[in-house]
Design a protein around this ligand. Structure first.
Ligand code: NAP
Length: 310
């Protein structure tokens, strides 16, 4: 039987964390393999203008930034695989990462799988996903030209989605469950200053109305307990993310109460040879630039780990 190749490092994820780890690992001649997922690029692929990534004074589109990062890592010989990880076995060396197509064996693994959009978890919301309910304004905003849409959430994502949607929609109503907003002042003000955006605060979305398409969103006002159907043809859910760590937790990687992978020492997880970078470890900063920084740190830690053993 042919022996499977053992890679120095396998990097799982192709957002800013994974690709920065790949850049550093490739330049250190570790010949990394990047398991990039079926939809490479991470969360920035669903973003429009990125104004806070240093080095782009005029801003840059999220997908363009990721395309540039991909080109940069490929230039140094990193191998990108458009595969999804389905399981991992970290019980012994070499570490094993199984994908939907094959399996990889490696001395080290960097987990940089990021986080996925949260949903309200209403049956009507799930039934109408792709039929007017979306978690990605960049992907689906175009379909709502001249329509009324609702954005659920009170953080920066909700403000950003709402602003973006005003390019297409007639009106955008942000529905938030508390009276205070979690969004940064600048993002909130931008939304408040936009004449197309209305706010409904201290209200809970209880149902998405419509059979085969969205015709409205039923909200319950928390103070009075009264309910109202806000007429809308679209609902964009922007209520945060969940770390994509389940597969690794099942393989023994320690996670915190919210499912984020924890580190025992810089980017080292509790498992020897398994490192982590980016949003899958970071409920606090969650920025492209911090994820990229952590990707760099993880690759440097991998390099040191391998050097100490070879
Ligand atoms: P977030 O800051 O965690 O905000 C999530 C929002 O959704 C909160 O307002 C929360 O309400 C609400 N929410 C959560 N679960 C809910 C539920 N089940 N039902 C109804 N509402 C719910 O998440 P985010 O807005 O995605 O932002 C994540 C991070 O990315 C932040 O650090 C943010 O600054 C950053 N970000 C930055 C930019 C930018 O600078 N361009 C853009 C987007 C995101 P409560 O407030 O009541 O908890």
């Amino acid at each position: 039987m042919m022996e499977l190749q053992v890679y120095s490092t396998v990097i799982i994820g192709s957002g800013p964390a994974g690709l920065t780890a790949a850049l550093y690992a490739a330049r250190a001649e570790l010949k990394p393999v990047v398991i990039a997922g079926q939809n490479p690029g991470g969360q920035l692929m669903q973003t429009t203008e990125v104004e806070n990534f240093p080095g782009f004074p005029e801003g840059i589109l999220g997908p363009e930034l990721m395309a540039n990062m991909t080109k940069q890592v490929e230039r140094f010989g990193a191998e990108l695989k458009q595969e999804n990880v389905v399981a991992a076995d970290f019980s012994k060396q070499p570490l094993v990462v199984k994908t939907d197509k094959t399996e990889y064996r490696a001395k080290t693994v960097i987990i940089a799988t990021g986080a996925d959009a949260n949903w309200l978890n209403l049956p009507s919301e799930q039934r109408l996903r792709g039929k007017g309910v979306s978690a990605c304004a960049t992907c689906d905003g175009f379909f709502f030209k001249g329509k009324d849409v609702i954005v659920a959430g009170g953080g920066d994502s909700a403000m950003e989605e709402a602003n973006f949607l005003t390019k297409f929609a007639k009106t955008v109503t942000i529905v938030h469950r508390r009276p205070e907003f979690r969004a940064s002042k600048i993002m909130l003000k931008r939304a408040q200053d936009n004449p197309k955006i209305k706010f409904v605060a201290d209200a809970t979305i209880v149902e998405v109305v419509g059979e085969n398409s969205v015709s409205g969103v039923k909200v319950k006002y928390n103070q009075s307990g009264t309910e109202e159907v806000l007429s809308a043809q679209g609902l964009f859910v922007a209520i945060g993310h969940t770390p994509a760590a389940k597969i690794f937790a099942a393989a023994g990687v320690a996670v915190d109460q919210k499912g984020y992978i924890t580190v025992s020492n810089h980017t080292h997880t509790n498992i020897d040879g398994v490192f982590v970078a980016g949003d899958v470890n970071d409920p606090r900063y969650r920025q492209a630039v911090t994820a990229a920084g952590m990707g760099c740190m993880a690759a440097l830690d991998v390099e040191k780990y391998l050097a100490e053993r070879e």
